[in-house]
Design a protein around this ligand. Sequence first.
Ligand SMILES: [Fe+2]
Ligand SMILES: [Fe+2]
Length: 264
Amino acid sequence: MAFDIDRFTRDSTRVGWDDLDLEAFRGDPLPPESLRTLRYMCDVEYHTVCYLRDMLVTPSRRDHEVDAFMTMWNREEFWHGEALAYVLSLHGVSVDYDELKAKRVKLGWRDKMKPVTQSVLSTVVGKDYIAVHMIWGAVNEWSAAAAYKRMGALEGHPSLEVLLKRIAAQEARHVAFYATQARARLEGNPKAQRLARLALSNAWQPVGSGIATDEEVTHVMNHLFSGPEGRKEIDAIDAHVARLPGMEGLTIVGDALDARGIAA
Ligand SMILES: [Fe+2]
Ligand SMILES: [Fe+2]
């Protein structure tokens, strides 16, 4: 496979921001709608560990490369959350990781059942489950990279743009892993292709749905992806997906935005 997992695990570092002049936000803060989007992104990044928990009970856990990737990936996403939490803290918004975790513990049996449902589902599907997991991850990482790129461009704040570019560069490595894996696992495997197509077209929703309220999801999609420039990014994601084996003609990301009434 083209993605070098040993190199990734060796070179993976936490995203840094100590050298960036973010303190300037104290006197020149971001507008409220941008903070709302940043807060959403921060929650999504911190939520990665719950997603990881659900995945650890599936066949993906027994694949060495996937296992190694997810260990480092979870750490990188955690630090994305920390970086965004720091920017938010300069605006007087405090996002506490432990607090978020505690809230999730309180989510009760529905959340506790998730690993069980995942486990049962993936056992029924078998090894092809990993193909679905990989293409799902690829779509989410493409979305994350596009979101940070758009956020940086929209704000036009030099230091924030550098930070978001650093995060987006790590998201691009995540894309490379998931997309390489998805392609290899879908190629010549019509059953996996059918499953992946079915899962994506029936169940895929913008990253953060299921964590945030519908209203927040729509706000973020509107803020980042409405208008021709935003839609260009979305169409590019759909084009990437459609190039994967058996995914011709899928436009799941654009469809999700249309369903939310986000103007193209
Ligand atoms: Fe991230
Ligand atoms: Fe990522």
